[in-house]
Design a protein around this ligand. Sequence first.
Ligand code: PLP
Length: 400
Amino acid sequence: MSPAGPGPVGGARITYLDNAATAPLRPEATDAMAPFSAGRFANPSGAHRLARDARQALEEARDEVAAFTGSDPKAVVFTSGGTESDNLAIIGSLAALPARAAPPVVVCSAIEHDAVLETCRAAAAGRTAAPAVELRLAPVDALGVLDLDALAGLLDERVALISVMAANNEVGAIQPLGAVAALARELSPEALLHTDAVQAAAFFDLAPLLEGYDLVTVSAHKLGGPKGAGALVARGVPLVPLAFGGGQEQERRSGTQGVAGAVGMAAAMAAARASRPSEGSRVARLRDTLRDGLLGAVPDTIATSLGAPTLPGHCHVRFPGIEQEELLVLLDDAGVCASAGSACASGALEASHVLLAMGVDERDARTGVRFSLGWASDEADVAHALAAVAPAVARLRGAA
Ligand code: PLP
């Protein structure tokens, strides 16, 4: 286990394989944020020297987010994370559209994170500050990849916004952003393009992927930065703010900026950039060892999205005959932290809308477990998980 990973608790080994939920802080982020908990505390909007110092740090962080996404620094709006960025992208851009005779159409994939899906549903129900929209959900195939033919059938000149994630948070399937942009240019030339790149940002050079995209969501804590920090990159798109106040972030997001969070996010991004692409290859090798080991050791294992391009750290598997919640408890007892990939704030598990959209039936969807590896994962983590999963599944199947 990496020295920066979670340490032993009560002497037992703890293996953290839930990086898609949140990644451990990178030491570069911890170090970069430290001064902002002490002497560099000023409000970046002030006029005195301490405020100028904080402002300079914030603008340097903005430059890094801009470089990370291949954007102009002026496009970067600091937010509290991926959820707020998705909300601002969707509601803020729709609310800024000129009035139209017919409701604008929003198209998003059926496997978006709830931060996008629920925002689009709220907009469709007229529950947001934006005018009510018509929502069209684009289906995915059995591997969790957007069905481009079906998407083409949903696009027309009424479409005002298309939102497709760069990679799925549950199964890791990478989405064809370039093809989506090409279809949009052809069939819905006026549509704004948004992508939630929260998961893809940990491993990929986003700049080439984002060509043609007007709105891009990133979140710090998925790539080794702090929780509660994120950004929306809005390239030449007017936004109506979600909250009114001091007009920070060029009137796009009021509220005193969280300088430490922005600085920590920038440091994590710089570290992720510097370790690319070798970190991704290393993590993918570990993930492959884990997945192949599970397929070999646990009878009837189904590797979800196997055969699709996936994020390097994602290993989503289904073990027919078990209940995911029971398996996660046994794994937790054995010191292995994994997840089902979808949980509401209460921690209760529902059948995953992502798996259902992939055509997995509700019973089968409840047998899925996501092991997600990250920058701090190592061979010992994989060995521990492999040793823990087979007996836990056998025990549950024996008890069935
Ligand atoms: N979008 C995706 C794809 C995610 O995986 C997550 C987090 O799980 C979010 C958005 C929400 O990000 P945050 O936790 O920063 O609000």
